[in-house]
Design a protein around this ligand. Structure first.
Ligand code: ADP
Ligand code: GLC
Length: 488
């Protein structure tokens, strides 16, 4: 089975969030199950090429693509996902991808990803590589299902090709003016109120994908149910309800070759569930790094996050005056909206003995905080899957989460389950999206922390859970197989 996996970011080449983690690993898990997989990503100038051996595909040479009535030239480069045979095709177009960041607010953001969609399709045509499935991810790839059903309908390369769209976050819909249809060489007849591509007087790449993909998936079972409601569907719930027979929730997995405290290259000290002594040393190392005092008896609460509304920083701010009075230390790694960045900057200045922060993106620190913290906080308003809490379970760092999306599917509340006579809880969770509910959960965790046997049980419950990709990758393969077996 041939799978083209198209995404706007993938580790180890370029990452702004969890999509990159998924796109860098799921294709390898699919390969292990016997699929032939090629990954397609843009060749951004921020990719550090010196680290990777990328080969220019001279045999293919320059490809001309028309976007917004202008001819753009693309070239293909080729690499591999580490420790695998998965080919990665980089779509090179300096005009669009040599920018300061992966995503921009530039007026031609639509053109950048129109070119990417067209570029990936052209790459397959030029290589005469006919995929059984094109697996698209998020709005940046949302036009591909329509291109395959319309513009390339008669192309022999794609006659048997089916498309699948994975929604990693419905909050990002790729909305542009209707003129973008012309830029994309798509027919204006698709655009009408509440039709296949329109939402609130704009043309949405994500809605287009939802409408035209043969199958839609999202990254947890709970989120698959939530996005059918007006509370979580962000205006796309009706389009999804129309397609609900083709909508599936498949929980993301984790790459334990990379996210495992027993072998993690970024950690000064390794550890496992059997011997947690290295974890305490990592905590000491982390606190030293940030000039905070080390005290075994004071819990350290870690946050690693994009600092955006989705992640619950408004209720966090509401709870702050009470949170800061608790006997705990805090370390935050994040970047995003200036107002949230400033909250953490000023907290750090105001409480230098209690709070440390790094406002920016640091993969090394993200691993260190997973390991060195006692508690991991993720109070998201919504969370399609969430990977950081799954990493924290493996690192023996007890998560506190709001019960939504993938957080609800991966974290089991200790108190609630214990009350029911089970002792399988692996974290703390709350329902109400409020500062008070958040505060109460943090308080419960901090009050439990001194009870070492209980704390250890919660921690071990998390560490033994297995979220490796194998099971979820099998679910994708069976969806692919179902699709292929269907008549056209
Ligand atoms: P999302 O994709 O919504 O940002 P996830 O929890 O799925 O949330 O994935 C976030 C990924 O990005 C994780 O691998 C996390 O470690 C990483 N990450 C988030 N913020 C930072 C940061 N400031 N520095 C380094 N890594 C970060
Ligand atoms: C998105 C979501 C996150 C998910 C990630 C990978 O960015 O916000 O919940 O884990 O994609 O699927």
């Amino acid at each position: 089975m041939k799978i083209a996996f198209i995404a706007s970011e993938a580790v180890p080449f370029v990452k702004t969030g969890g999509l990159a983690d998924v796109a860098g690993v799921l294709p390898k898990a699919l390969e292990k199950l016997g699929c032939e997989v090629k990954v397609y990503i843009p060749k951004y100038s921020i990719i550090d090429e010196s680290q990777f051996n990328l080969l220019y595909r001279q045999d293919i040479g320059e490809i001309k693509i028309k976007v917004a009535d202008k001819i753009r030239i693309i070239k293909l480069y080729q690499g591999k996902l580490p420790n695998s045979n998965v080919t990665v095709i980089f779509i090179d177009c300096p005009w669009y991808f040599h920018r300061e960041s992966v995503y921009t607010n530039d007026p031609d953001e639509d053109e950048r990803f129109i070119l990417f969609c067209r570029g990936a399709i052209e790459a397959m045509r030029m290589e005469k590589w006919s995929p059984d499935i094109i697996h698209c991810n998020d709005w940046q790839t949302g036009l591909i299902p329509l291109y395959i059903k319309d513009n390339f309908r008669k192309d022999p390369i794609f006659v048997r090709t089916k498309t699948l769209l994975s929604i990693h976050n419905i909050g990002y819909q790729g909305r542009f003016p209707r003129e973008s249809l012309d830029k994309a060489d798509l027919n204006q007849t698709y655009y009408f109120s509440e039709g296949p591509v329109e939402i609130n007087d704009s043309f949405s790449f994500l809605k287009t994908g939802i409408w035209f993909a043969d199958i839609i998936t999202t990254v947890s079972e709970t989120y698959a149910r939530e996005i059918l409601t007006s509370e979580y569907g962000k205006g796309l719930e009706n389009a999804l309800i129309l397609r609900r027979d083709s909508l599936y929730g498949i929980l993301n997995g984790v790459d334990y070759n990379y996210w495992d405290p027993a072998i993690d290259n970024y950690l000064p000290f390794h550890y496992s569930g059997k011997d947690l002594s290295g974890k305490l040393k990592d905590k000491e190392y982390l606190l030293n790094h940030f000039n905070l005092k080390f005290d075994v008896n004071v819990p350290l609460i870690g946050i690693i996050s994009r600092l955006v509304d989705q992640k619950g920083f408004d209720i966090f701010s509401d709870a702050l005056p009470e949170l800061i009075k608790l006997n705990a230390q805090w370390v935050i790694i994040g970047n995003g909206e200036p107002r949230y960045e400033n909250i953490f900057r000023s907290l750090t200045l105001k409480y230098p003995d209690k709070v440390a922060s790094f406002i920016g993106f640091s993969i090394e620190l993200s691993h260190l905080v997973e390991a060195g913290s006692d508690i991991f906080l993720m109070p998201s308003h919504y969370e399609p899957c969430g990977l950081t809490q799954i990493y924290s379970l493996k690192y023996g760092t007890v998560p506190i989460v709001r019960k939504t999306g993938g957080l609800a599917d991966t974290v089991q509340d200790w108190d609630e389950l214990q009350y029911q006579g089970f002792d399988t809880g692996n974290g703390f969770s709350f329902n109400d999206y409020s500062g008070y509910a958040l505060f109460s959960s943090v308080k419960r965790a901090i009050d439990t922390f001194p009870h070492k046997d209980t704390w250890n049980k919660i921690r071990q419950n998390g560490m033994i859970k297995d979220f490796s990709w194998d099971k979820s990758a099998r679910k994708y393969v069976s969806l692919y197989e179902n699709l292929i077996s269907k008549q056209n």
